[in-house]
Design a protein around this ligand. Structure first.
Ligand code: HEM
Length: 173
């Protein structure tokens, strides 16, 4: 997975919980405390997952809590700076979410053999969107945390319900 994900996790854990906790997470994952991830490098999926799991252990939080904290930080602190152009001209959570499939293809173009998550969209009614998350990585909780982050960014009350391991219902206000 693109290194930007672990880099964002590093920034979030360091900023919210302290540098020591981040270094403890790296150590728990079996890698040097000084490891630095470049946003553009390809980080082995297994290592990315291990670092996420280790951070949860060190911080004594559940995957859901980590996903919520990461989703908020990614959308509202990190990507808003690092991927600013993807926010420009979009004025609602709906527009932002409908653009996501394209965003993931574009942002992983430089990664050899990239496998970005892909998204399908199906409208149940004019206010209710069913999004299918297509990825073998099984990070649906992160998908949900990120979608909540999008709602916060646009100051919208989104009702987000997990329907299955790959489907989420989003009701717009
Ligand atoms: C401007 C906003 C965003 C950008 C630039 C972005 C970009 C990326 C990139 C580059 C990756 C790594 C993919 C790879 O290496 O295969 C990724 C992963 C991921 N993104 Fe986004 N993303 C954004 C917002 C979102 C939002 C709002 C959601 C969900 C609602 C989302 C869901 C995910 C998930 C679940 C992953 C983990 C990888 C996987 O499950 O396969 N992203 N994103």
């Amino acid at each position: 997975m693109k290194g930007v994900i672990v880099k964002c996790l590093a920034d979030m854990v360091t900023e919210k919980f302290g540098k020591n906790k981040w270094e403890d997470s790296l150590e728990k994952a079996g890698i040097p405390r000084t490891t630095f991830f470049l946003t553009t490098q390809d980080v082995d999926d297994a290592l990315t997952m291990k670092v996420i799991a280790s951070a949860c252990e060190v911080l004594k939080i559940t995957t859901e809590q980590a996903a919520a904290a990461f989703g908020d930080y990614w959308v509202n602190d990190f990507a808003v700076k690092v991927y600013k152009p993807f926010y420009s001209g979009l004025t609602s959570a709906k527009e932002f979410l409908l653009n996501l499939d394209k965003v993931h293809v574009i942002t992983t173009q430089t990664i050899p053999n990239a496998h970005p998550p892909r998204f399908d969209y199906e409208w149940k009614d004019p206010k209710t969107l069913i999004m299918t998350y297509k990825s073998p990585r099984g990070l649906i909780e992160f998908f949900i945390g990120l979608a909540h982050g999008v709602g916060k960014h646009f100051h919208e009350e989104l009702k987000i319900t997990k329907l299955s391991s790959d489907k989420v219902e989003i009701i717009f206000s």
